[in-house]
Design a protein around this ligand. Structure first.
Ligand code: UDP
Ligand code: MG
Length: 314
């Protein structure tokens, strides 16, 4: 059975239509399913519409969050509530085309444990937003070594991958990257971003900025190394200036006093850098991420293969 998790914030215009469209696609493809709409603290009648969707189709369920926790919180609430053998996360506004789900499901049936939805075209986006988002994913990609180009939250995960993600103890999550971080056998499906079915975008500039800073810092401690790098640069520059000055080269306004001050400044930056290095170690430790996640084991004595959670598989 496939669980479809649909984070929804102020989506009153979309719920009933989205429930009908996704159910139609899945019934057409003969896939057993449940729809889980997660109302992320909406201020409009989203929850009433989710109740109505359940009256129309009992396979459509709902989870209502006490306030707006953001899309990440809504996705995790939906994953926790899911009971399927695999789980697909999809936006409520049909910008992720549900027609792609049967293809994802087929790849899962053929052994893929993570099916990543990647944007083949990003739809109508303004240029500034596109460049900033490319810069953000470039930074995350270089920090995490996970291919983040054109990724989205539209993906299908095997139950074991869902359990692995839910078992991560950190509070600040970045679902899009974590599904790659946990590993497992992965396939990619490309899709074209569609126009929003109804309503308007729910993210404000403040929400997007917060999202970028939170997620960057949850995948890289690189900014903590800035003072180390600056310190090395200042020390090297002052040493070169000192040698030049000792060799009698005229350095204009750079006298020995300034050069010594630069050396001291560089030394202070280095000491700060050492402190930051330990902070970055503490930061990695307090995330309490598991050191590894087991996908399968081979039991030599019984000659059987086990899934990571201990159950025997074919
Ligand atoms: N969403 C959410 N909580 C929020 C903001 C957005 O659950 O705080 C949901 C929203 O209802 C939609 C999905 O996240 O299903 C994507 O939001 P949106 O369409 O506004 O973003 P975009 O498609 O522009 O990235
Ligand atoms: Mg959208």
């Amino acid at each position: 059975m496939l669980s479809v998790v649909i984070p929804s914030y102020n989506e009153e215009e979309n719920i009933l239509n989205t429930a009908e469209v996704i159910a139609g696609v899945l019934v057409g493809a003969k896939i057993d399913y449940e729809l889980i709409f997660v109302d992320d603290g909406s201020k409009d009648s989203t929850w009433d519409k989710i109740e109505k969707a359940h009256e129309i189709n009992f396979k459509s369920r709902g989870v209502r969050l006490s306030r707006n926790f953001g899309k990440e919180g809504a996705i995790f609430a939906g994953l926790e509530a899911s009971t399927g053998d695999c789980c697909c996360v999809i936006d409520c506004d049909l910008q992720h085309p549900p027609q792609v789900i049967p293809k994802m499901y087929e790849l899962w049936q053929n052994g893929a444990e993570v099916v990543e939805g990647k944007k083949s075209s990003r739809g109508h986006e303004n240029k500034l937003y596109r460049s900033l988002s490319q810069m953000f994913y470039g930074l995350i990609q270089s920090a995490s070594k996970i291919d983040m180009a054109n990724t989205s939250d539209f993906k299908l995960l095997d139950k074991r991958v869902v359990d692995a993600i839910l078992s991560l103890p950190e509070r600040i999550t970045f679902f899009r990257a974590l599904s790659g971080w946990v590993g497992f056998k992965s396939e990619t499906v490309y899709y074209e971003v569609q126009e929003r079915a109804y309503g308007s975008r729910k993210w404000t500039v403040k929400m997007l900025l917060g999202y970028a800073i939170r997620n960057l810092s949850s995948f890289t401690g690189a900014p903590l190394y800035i003072s180390t790098i600056l310190g090395i640069a200042v020390i090297l520059t002052s040493l070169v200036l000192m040698i030049l000055s000792l060799c009698g080269v005229s350095l204009g306004s750079f006298n020995m006093g300034i050069i010594v001050l630069m050396l001291i400044g560089g030394g202070i930056l280095e000491c700060l850098g050492i402190g930051c290095y330990y902070i970055s170690r503490i930061y990695e430790e307090i995330k309490h991420r598991p050191r590894y996640i087991v996908s399968k084991t081979i039991d030599t004595d019984k000659n059987t293969i086990h899934n990571g959670n201990g159950e025997q598989c074919d």
